[in-house]
Design a protein around this ligand. Structure first.
Ligand code: CA
Ligand code: CA
Length: 368
């Protein structure tokens, strides 16, 4: 109880702390649609070259893509307008390699001669460019075209610079227009699962998995299924929160079923988001034979558990490699589990035969 209260408190505290990160749709650019009226874009926009203004989309200009105004570069070429977005508030997630950003903007020309170009630079605090998206001079088009780019911010990113460029090709006006420019937080890649595997340990399943990084990871709900459709929770394993170090996890499932066992992880964030791992499967003997042997291999003189998939009357026989019957037992209908104490036998491979009205089934048994 106490632990869960602490966890709950921790989850709440982390949720509150991480709240600013949850407004994914919030545009990080200011005056992103040039709706400030027929003036220079102002705000955080910096004019590098050209004579930029917000122009009403009517008359000599095409309709704005968003609102009433669009970005107009003036007459000179090339013309560039830029805005820097300080993303240091997300340094933890960025430096875990877990933060995506989504860029989107619209470009067009008046009649299809001039060009627009958009460049998005992911920069370190000292100005070093770590990653660049460059739309290239955008096709001469007389209708609004959407340009998008989604990428994970490189570790160390502190500033994202958005550059709007217009290239005049014809006439005296530079008609490479821009409008509705946005930069938003993309999904937080919560946990990078680099490995998830299952090992048959005889009577139980050993599950192991590894993460390369974690962000807000509350933990993993381990789920089990015998048909790949209906899932049962086995155990919740606490995550390590936020880390960029490799983390190893393991869990032992003590009661796998005869036949195929399916496992998956439901990774859960502190904010309630979750994601499923791939599904892995592991087989415990007997699926096709109608019975399973646990453990297999079995120790010399050890106890062997035989599980039948169906209630059948029949006979269980064990044969040595040379065909000599070394064990025999009648099984009554209604028995699904049978404990067999084998006699002391030389180690090696034996054949277990299950004879019923349904047929004859055999399974190899290794005695160690
Ligand atoms: Ca606009
Ligand atoms: Ca022109």
């Amino acid at each position: 109880m106490k632990n869960s209260t602490v966890l709950q408190w921790l989850a709440t505290a982390l949720f509150i702390l991480s709240c600013p990160l949850l407004f994914y749709a919030q545009n990080l650019l200011s005056n992103q649609s040039c709706e400030s009226g027929s003036t220079p874009p102002g705000s955080n926009w910096v004019e590098v070259s050209g004579g930029w203004t917000c122009q009403a989309g009517s008359g000599v200009f095409p309709p704005a893509q968003d609102g009433s105004y669009l970005f107009f570069a003036g007459t000179s070429t090339p013309a560039e307008l830029r805005q820097d977005v300080d993303v240091s508030g997300n340094a933890t997630n960025i430096d875990s390699g877990n933060q995506e950003y989504v860029f989107s903007s619209y470009v067009r020309d008046y009649s299809g001669n001039d060009q627009s170009q958009v460049i998005v630079e992911y920069r370190k605090a000292d100005g070093t460019v770590l990653s660049t998206y460059d739309s290239g001079p955008y096709a001469q088009s007389a209708s609004w075209q959407n340009i998008t780019d989604t990428r994970t911010a490189p570790v160390g990113t502190r500033v994202i610079r958005v550059r709007l460029i217009s290239l005049r090709q014809a006439g005296s006006d530079n008609d490479g227009y821009h409008d509705n420019v946005s930069l938003t937080l993309g999904s937080l890649l919560p946990v990078e699962l680099t490995y998830f595997g299952a090992k048959n340990m005889g009577q139980n399943t050993l599950l192991t998995w590894q993460t390369s990084s974690e962000t807000n990871n509350a933990g993993f709900q381990i789920q089990h299924s015998t048909n790949g459709r209906d899932w049962k929770n086995l155990q919740f394993i606490d995550g390590r929160g936020t880390t960029d170090k490799e983390q190893d996890y393991s869990y032992r499932h003590l009661a796998p079923q005869a036949g195929i066992n399916y496992y998956r992880l439901r990774q859960m964030d502190f904010d309630g988001a979750h994601k499923f791992s791939k599904t892995i499967s592991i087989s415990f003997h007997g699926n096709e034979n109608g019975f399973s042997l646990l453990p297999n291999p079995v120790g010399n003189g050890g106890k062997l558990s035989v599980r039948f998939d169906h209630e059948n009357e029949g006979t269980l026989n064990v044969f040595s490699f040379t065909g000599q019957r070394v064990y025999h037992r009648a099984v009554n209908e209604g028995q699904l589990d049978l404990n067999v104490r084998l006699p002391h036998l030389p180690q090696g491979i034996y054949m277990v035969e299950w004879l019923t009205g349904q047929g004859r089934f055999v399974e190899k048994l290794m005695i160690e």
